[in-house]
Design a protein around this ligand. Structure first.
Ligand code: ACO
Length: 462
């Protein structure tokens, strides 16, 4: 199979949100800390009839309905999440409810768990299946989602929620570029969830940002080196006259990151620009690169003055390549596993027509605390003899964007506190019946109806 990639997608938009400037006032922090300092506008919240399974069920069911793909045509389903409600039973098995009436139980895949990285791990599994000898010609689906909530305190404004389903197969309009991927994995305690009775992570916020940044450096260096090596070996084996081609920020139309908050994405782009400065990449004037020539990137993780200077210098690059991908993150918050993919979606609808996307390459950086990180790229293309097009992807994303802009309900920060307190109290309390589903449910949403005394969860379609 060639051109394996994303054929179609479906996004979940939680119906409730909290305004970050209202949260600043309520939390009694200085005005601008969340909206300017973190760059966030709104944060998605889930109500008590939304749990991780209801989010995943909803996007998968909508993906099948909207694309018309028959459940029997799905041969693999991988889930990425860190919102765990069971230590053994995977969410994937819960999703099998959508296949039972269609007599398809032959669906490989299970859950992938490592903080915000699980979605990427799930995508890699889907790609590998399609490229393997075990592929039976059917589609793969990846579902990823999280409800990100933090204990009261400085991390709370970096919460959020979201979920998405991706239909994956050959001859796709958004192709996972083959042959080059960078990965950096290590053992650190920057953000983890050791307390199985708590909704909240244990987080060393500043350490997590440092780990994120050095993982970014490592992946970018590895990615650039590998692409160049691939390019050179390719040109040798084909006795081509192509000169070696360096990969740098100018190679990509978009550069997107896992986005815990918008400001970190901006700093990350600035960080990659610093990498390019140190390497004296040809798209930057010699006079500019001179000053950075002998710097060692590893010693520059906590240099705030340098960071500010680079954010300023790379402002235009940020506005071209990263900002168009931040709309969902800015208005929904950190969605953990799907966060990076919402950036991809936002970028895809930042271009008015599909023609403007043809041939554009996008660099993606995925980070999950603990830590697991990878960098890879996708390319947009015009498809031939395939009913899944870029224009259709854009329409699905635009529908979600319309829900985001027009159909959400604001929650005041005191109600957010109340809702989270109730959730802390009810966490794993059984039996449980959510309050009557309210007008926030949309037709086609799958919601949590009840949890019985044996912790079995029941869902219904609205
Ligand atoms: N106006 C404008 N900017 C302000 C204001 C203000 N009034 N007040 C503060 N700021 C700026 C700060 O200068 C700082 O910017 P800088 O980093 O560029 O200097 C920014 O706002 C944040 O302020 P801090 O004091 O650093 O914030 P705090 O320490 O309270 O919390 C943190 C930030 C660590 C990100 C916290 O929210 C957190 O722990 N979040 C969860 C962990 C996380 O998201 N990690 C990211 C990678 S891992 C993952 O995805 C989970």
């Amino acid at each position: 199979p060639s051109s394996v990639g994303i054929l179609a997608c479906e996004l979940y938009i939680p119906s409730l949100y909290v305004d970050q400037s209202a949260l600043e006032t309520y939390d009694n922090v200085s005005k601008g800390k969340y909206t300017i300092g973190l760059g966030q506008q709104r944060m998605s919240i889930c109500s008590d009839h939304e749990d991780i399974c209801s989010l995943c069920l909803t996007v998968l069911s909508r993906l099948l309905d909207e694309t018309g793909v028959h459940p029997q045509q799905i041969g693999r389903l991988d889930v990425g999440t860190e919102t765990l409600i069971d230590k053994a039973k995977s969410i994937k098995t819960v999703l099998m409810q959508l296949f039972v009436d269609h007599n398809n139980t032959a669906v490989e895949g299970a859950d992938n768990i490592n903080a915000c990285y699980g979605g990427t791990a799930a995508i890699f599994n889907a790609i590998h299946w399609i490229e393997s000898s075990f592929w039976d010609g059917r589609y793969a689906v990846v579902v990823m989602g999280d409800i990100a909530v933090y204990a009261k305190g400085n991390a709370r404004p970096t919460g959020g929620a979201g979920a998405c389903a991706l239909l994956i197969g050959p001859n796709a309009p958004v192709v996972f570029e083959s042959g080059c991927r960078a990965t950096h994995m290590a053992h650190v305690y920057d953000f983890y969830k050791p307390n199985l009775n708590s909704l909240y992570p244990v987080v060393d916020g500043h350490l997590s940002v440092q780990c994120f940044t050095s993982a970014l450096d490592t992946c970018y260096t590895q990615f650039c080196t590998k692409s160049q090596m691939n390019h050179e070996s390719h040109t040798h084996t084909h006795t081509s006259t192509l000169t070696s081609r360096e990969v740098n920020l100018s190679t990509f139309a978009a550069v997107l990151f896992h986005t815990p908050y918008v400001k970190l994405a901006q700093k990350s782009l600035a960080r990659l620009y610093l990498n390019d400065l140190i390497r004296a990449c040809p798209y930057i004037a010699n006079a500019t690169t001179e000053k950075y020539k002998n710097l060692d990137i590893r010693t520059l993780v906590n240099d705030k003055d340098l960071e500010r200077d680079l954010v300023e210098q790379s402002k235009e690059l940020f506005e071209q390549k990263t900002l168009p991908g931040l709309y969902f993150s800015q208005n929904m918050g950190n969605m953990y596993t799907p966060s990076l993919y919402y950036s991809l979606f936002a970028f895809l609808i930042s271009q008015p027509t599909e023609e403007q996307l043809y041939g554009r390459r996008i660099l993606l950086f995925s980070y999950g605390s603990g830590l697991a990180s990878s960098m890879y790229s996708v390319v947009c293309r015009k498809v031939h003899e395939c009913r899944f097009t870029l224009a259709q992807l854009q329409r699905s994303i635009q529908r979600a964007r319309n829900r985001l802009d027009n159909e959400r309900t604001a929650l005041t920060p005191d109600l957010l506190d109340k809702l989270l307190l109730e959730r802390e109290e009810n966490d794993h309390t059984v039996p449980f019946i959510p309050k009557q589903p309210n007008e926030t449910l949309k037709s086609g949403d799958i919601y949590l109806k009840s949890i019985d005394k044996n912790h079995r969860r029941y869902y219904d379609k609205f």
